[in-house]
Design a protein around this ligand. Sequence first.
Ligand code: NAD
Length: 330
Amino acid sequence: MDSQATQGIVIVPEAICEEVITRADAFDAVEQVFAAMARGDACNFPVVREAIGHADALYGFKGGFDKSGLTLGLKAGGYWPGNMAKGLTNHQSTVCLFDPDTGQLSALVGGNYLTALRTAAASSVSIAYLARKDSRVLGMVGAGHQSAFQLRAAAEQRSFQKVVAWNPHPEMLPRLQAVAEELGLAFEAVSPEELGAQADVIITITSAFEPLLMAGWIRPGTHVACMGTDTRGKQEVDPALLARATVFADEIAQSVSIGEAQHAISRGLIAEGDITPIGAVIEGTHPGRRSPEEITLFDGTGVGLQDLAVAAVAARIARARGLGAAVSLG
Ligand code: NAD
């Protein structure tokens, strides 16, 4: 078989990513790479993130190598706060994939749509493995760009009947309500206390820097996927909730440094050893949820290997269908 790069470079723009990759593809890719990380077959490289001193931009790289999936590369990009005024998305990223046999570039893939897809896939993997099977009410904290992706992916994991939602900016909720109704789910805007009282599964996906959900508001048996905290200082839930819950993460190193666990760790409420990689549950080396009363919490910080995994799928399908631009290495 030809190596990846001898087939030339495939360039897959955003619109083609949206066309070729499904939520199910993203779920499978993220599930597999979390398992590979837990087996020690896949490794994320140290993240670089810098203020470049131009256009107020934050720019960086997230890279890694998955030996079992033969996926090598990086996502480059960041946050340009002035983009909205130019009609562009503030978050901008591109994934570069390399042939692990030769180091040659094999694909350039738009990373904006894939970031939302892979982030939603991560929380839905956590729901698939950790939420009670009889979960019926989904609680959404957050109503921004990512929230609709999160809701659509979560809705495929359990037989939810209703969405209860709260957002610090309530005017953003109607957009999320429209998605819930499109999925045939009842929708109720509630207070955060009421959300905790009703929800079987909760997804938090905000840019908060202080706890929005307190530990005492969460019912026994709830699964909480904390997806918004991906930077030092960000925080969505009461650190005491992590002490009450069994905590899982995409990657422990990120969970304790930039994830929701950073706060519980710094207060001495939990230790790094209390956090289990979700890949261990996928691999069957950790049982996951042990009882219907247990609170499970997934700290989804977003690792580079997730980006590479979904980008590799998009590149493979685009190449197979003759989509995107093909460039010969000469
Ligand atoms: P967005 O700007 O579209 O929406 C922001 C959301 O956060 C809204 O619900 C808004 O009401 C809320 N919010 C804004 N400022 C807040 C504040 N000071 N306190 C509390 N809530 C506030 O953003 P988005 O694209 O939907 O992303 C949401 C979050 O998810 C961001 O923090 C982003 O960095 C994070 N994210 C995480 C991953 C991951 O892999 N874990 C991936 C992508 C995005």
